[in-house]
Ligand binder design. Sequence first.
Ligand SMILES: Nc1ncnc2c1ncn2[C@@H]1O[C@H](COP(=O)(O)OP(=O)(O)O)[C@@H](O)[C@H]1O
Ligand code: SF4
Ligand SMILES: [Mg+2]
Length: 352
Amino acid sequence: MASQASATEIAARTEEDPLLSVQNLKIRIQMDNGEMKAVDGVDFEIKRGKTLGLVGESGCGKSLTSRAIIGINPKECETTGRIMYHSAEEKALQQLDLLSLGPRSKQIRSIRGRKIAMIFQEPMTAFSPMYTIGNQIMEAIRIHRTKDKREAKRIALEMLGKVGISDQEKRFDQYPHEFSGGMRQRAMISMALSCNPELLIADEPTTALDVTIQAQVLELMKQLQQEFGMAILLVTHDLGIIAEMCDEVAVMYLGRIVEQSTVDGIFYNPKHPYTKGLLRSMPKLGADKQKRLDSIEGTVPMPINMPPMCGFYDRCKERIEGVCNTQAPPATRISGNHTVRCFLYKDGGEGN
Ligand SMILES: Nc1ncnc2c1ncn2[C@@H]1O[C@H](COP(=O)(O)OP(=O)(O)O)[C@@H](O)[C@H]1O
Ligand code: SF4
Ligand SMILES: [Mg+2]
C-alpha cells in the first residue's frame, strides 16, 4: 500500500516504472456508415527521460492516440482502456488513470500543461492572435508555476532565450503574426517547456517547417530534453526524424501498433511488412533525387465495419490467404522488447 512504502522503495519503484503506460486504448467514432475503429487496442509505455516515436502514414490514428493522453479529442470520440500515469513528484507511488479522470476534471487540467505538455504541427493553434506571445507564455506559467507576475515574466524571457529567440524583450511584446513559422514553433516549445513538464507530446512538430529549420528545432528539442530530463512522445510520419530522435519506436497502422522495438530493432531488424515498406520509402542520404522512391502501394483504408483480419492485408505482398484475412494477428514477441503483429512470425522469432 502506498502509505506503507518507504522512501527507498518509492525511489526504486519510480525509477523502473514507466512514466506513462497506455493499455488497450480504443477510440470509436460513430459515422453515418458504421462505427469507425480509429484506434483499436493500442498498448505502449514511455520511460522517464526517453523518447518514444509513434510512426505511421497519415490516418493511422497517431494524433487521436496522443491527444487521448491529455483528454483533448473531440466529443464524438468514445475512448476506453487505461492510460496509467506515474508522476515522479509528490505522491510517488500514486498511479493515475488519466482516462478515468474525465477530460474536464480539475485533476486532468492540472496535469495538462504542467506535467504533460503538447506541441502541434501548427503553432497558430497554440497561440491566440489577440495577445502577445510573451503574455501567453507568462499566463501559462502563472497558471501552473507561480502567481508572481515578475517571476513569471523572468521565466518566460529565459525560456524564449533557451529556444534560441534573440532580442527576447522585444519579441516578448510581439503578436504571433509577427513571428515567422520557425520562430512560432520555437515560441510554442518554450511555452510547453516553461512549466518543466515530465512528458512532452510532440505531434508532427516540424512537418510544416523547411528542412533547415526542422533540423534546428529537432536539435533544440534534444538539447532541452537533456537539460530538463523530460520524456518525449514524438508523433511523426517521417522515419528520418525517428532515427534522429528516438530510443524506442511504435509503428502504427490502421489503429493498431503493428511493430514495436528499440530504434535499432526497427531500422536494422524490421519484421512487419508495413515497417519494411515504410523503410523502403524513406529517402536515403545522398541518393539520386530523381529516382522514384519505392512507396507502399495503395492507401490506408477507413477502419469502418472492418471484419476481423489483418488491417494491412489489402496492401501486403506477403499475405497468406485464408489466414491473414480471417483473423487479426496477435502481438508476437520476437525477442526481449521487440513485438510484431503479423502471422509470419511466432513467439521467439520467424514463423513457418
Ligand atoms: N473527429 C473525427 N471524426 C471522424 N473521423 C476522425 C476524427 N478524427 C480523426 N478521424 C479519423 O480517424 C483516423 C485517425 O486519425 P488521426 O489520429 O488524425 O490519424 P494520424 O494522426 O495518424 O494521421 C483517420 O481515418 C481520421 O480520418
Ligand atoms: S499478417 Fe499477413 S497480411 Fe498482415 S502483414 Fe503479416 S503477412 Fe501481411
Ligand atoms: Mg496526425
